[in-house]
Ligand binder design. Structure first.
Ligand code: EAX
Length: 329
């Protein structure tokens, strides 16, 4: 019996596989880089994984993804810039820094603008949301769909927050988002803008007392390791977007564009479902991990406090544009 050299056999199999692939000819495979800040298994990961699986399936694997969760490609602003340049193919990002690129979308970041998830999802899936997506190409970005981060809640290391007075004087990390910062100042907190990859360390070192994020982000980031108190303030809805580079988009056939757009819709549905699940189960997990969670937040007091900011928002965005969003039922 001749000795079989396993390395050689492997190399031959590899060559055979490569030749087989080449034989298929035109079906070369493009691997897309898609990134986001939350961890593997988070709502973003579920959305991205679903989107990528749909694309792979419906392009017969001519396109597939390499995913970069946990800020592996940087913070949201950095990733949007990379998508703009075309060095990154896709990003799922909250609207946090997006208003700095596409000012028209800032209006959706107003605190207490959306009553609940149904309201928000209806606005983003409806004419207002879809019209906003058309503003991106002029800024060198293609927005495939609105997706979702969730209603944001406050956490901190100092005390339980029930009403704005309790939040007064706390140094709270915010996104790089002026609409949020202007609003949060009326709650008495000291907003400190910071990119997401720095947040955990800043909380750990006490550079800031707190942060605010949806439950899916709080649990996938294990913020209980560095935060004692959580309050279900739900003070702002945090939309998200799936953005791709114009470089990628320009290369796609019309049929492939449709595949990507359909895949984005399926991804959004999956991401929202995960947000719903995390919101339903996350508080119990946070408590189990040692957080003290305030459920009976005085939301009316927070909305009262926000009134001066609303006057400024009306000036900036037009009272009728705010009302148009509020009136969606
Ligand atoms: O999009 O920066 C944030 O707090 C965002 O909520 C997070 O990056 C997920």
């Amino acid at each position: 019996m001749p000795q079989i050299n396993p390395a050689l056999t492997l190399a031959r199999t590899g060559i055979a596989a490569t030749l087989a692939l080449l034989a298929v000819g035109a079906s070369a495979q493009t691997v897309l880089k898609i990134g986001y800040t939350p961890a593997k298994d988070s709502h973003y990961w579920v959305g991205s994984t679903t989107f990528c699986a749909e694309i792979e399936k419906n392009t017969q694997a001519r396109y597939k993804c390499q995913q970069f969760p946990s800020s592996a490609l940087g913070g949201e602003r950095e990733q949007i810039e990379a998508v703009q340049l075309g060095t990154q193919d896709a990003v799922i990002t909250s609207t946090g820094p997006v208003g700095n690129f596409v000012p028209e979308i800032k209006v959706v970041d107003i605190p207490f603008l959306f009553r609940d998830y149904d309201h928000a999802r209806k606005v983003f899936d409806g004419p207002i949301g879809q019209e906003l997506l058309t503003k991106f190409p002029a800024k060198g970005l293609v927005a495939l769909t609105w997706t979702e981060n969730g209603f944001r809640h406050m956490t901190n290391s100092k005390r339980a927050i029930v009403k704005p007075e309790d939040a007064k004087g706390l140094k709270v990390r915010t996104m790089e988002n002026k609409v949020h910062m202007d609003g949060y100042r009326t709650f008495g907190i000291l907003p400190t803008p910071m990119a997401f990859p720095e947040v955990f360390g800043a909380l750990q070192q006490g550079t800031v007392d707190g942060q605010e994020n949806p439950i899916p982000v709080i649990i996938s980031s294990k913020f209980w390791q560095v935060q004692k108190y959580a309050s279900l303030t739900g003070h702002v809805y945090s939309p998200a977007l799936l953005l791709v580079s114009t470089r990628l988009w320009g290369k796609l056939s019309d049929a492939d564009k449709k595949v990507f757009l359909d895949a984005a819709k399926v991804g959004t549905a999956a991401q929202r479902k995960k947000v719903d699940e995390d919101d339903a189960n996350g508080v119990a997990l946070m408590e189990k991990e040692g957080m003290q969670v305030v459920r009976n937040v005085d939301k009316t007091a927070f909305q009262e406090a926000l009134k001066p900011a609303y006057a400024a928002y009306a000036k900036e965005f037009g009272a009728e544009n705010i009302k148009k969003i509020q009136d969606v039922r």
